[in-house]
Design a protein around this ligand. Sequence first.
Ligand code: SF4
Length: 391
Amino acid sequence: MLVNLLDFDLAGLTDFCKSLGEKGFRATQLFRWIHQRGASEFSQMTDLAKSLREKLPTVATITGLKVISQHESTDGTIKWLFDVGNGNAIESVYIPESDRATLCVSSQAGCAVACRFCSTGHQGFSRNLSTGEIIAQLWFAEHYLKQKLGRTDRIISNVVMMGMGEPLQNYNALVPALKTMLDDHGYGLSRRRVTVSTSGVVPMIDRLAQDCPVSLAVSLHAPNNDLRSHLVPINIKYPLQELLTSCNSYLKSAPRDFITIEYCMLDGVNDTDDHARQLIDLLVKQSSTRLSCKINLIPFNPFPASGLLCSSKERVASFAALLNQAGVITTVRKTRGDDIDAACGQLAGEVVDRTKIQSRLAKRATIPIQIASSTGASNAHELPPEEAYSQ
Ligand code: SF4
């Protein structure tokens, strides 16, 4: 069986080259050909010894992902759907802006965390992606765009691990992919420009701080444990106090002096003035959970199975104003690629669910959460009750 060289960070590729009896510096040459020049054929690598160029195809391959579809928005956003085999598909989204170009990358086919407001979470979980499948999304996008735009300089300046999946539940494959993104012989991205977004897998946040500290974003979505356990069920296992303690220790090794807090605005569920005050209490006032952070409010992109609606623009603005007045820098995420349904975290690739999440969600009893909606009308959202979160 051929080894896919996209599965290696530079240290792994060096070990592989040594196992072939080659000097370590050959790995650097190979790594640069693959990641900086986008080579997928060993015959292209003209500065490698001929004997090595002939040997490599007998033991290794450089195999990316098959593109199923590509959709380009009028605002320049591009969404790719990639085939990862056995009926599973994942998505990556390229978001160009005036001062940066971000690629949103997937880490799993599906996701086992089952957040209530996330279409990926409603699809269930199929499998972890390999390091090669994670990095192949960047490899493809970077070199495809270079060709399309006729450029030789680096195109993608930022990577956010916010596509399908909980990256910290695929830790062993994630870390070599991150190291390849950061490596000067790879993509040369700074730690500040690579962000891992997590629902709060506390032990792995602690490990990431040791192994590969990059920027951290936390999907919070609720200011108290009761509500968060309904919206982000991993909260039952790692409640807010534990999560925020872990975020505070992460800051000691983080490349930025703040953590990004993501908060999806759900009409009548988590978006009242009282929720904003609870959030201020949690993140600013209480000394045990205080956190240096910036809050990113995300307008919810509704999908039928969620039974949830997006907060009104006015509600989002009032919520942001309360937080900003309390000294927490709060921004509202601009929606991009609306015409191609490109919202990160609400991606729509198909997966073969091995966790039977849809039938589990359907079987659960529901309880209504009765909260006055931002429109003034009473708004009952049926949310499943807490259940033992077993991962
Ligand atoms: S929001 Fe993230 S962690 Fe939650 S279900 Fe969706 S992909 Fe998984």
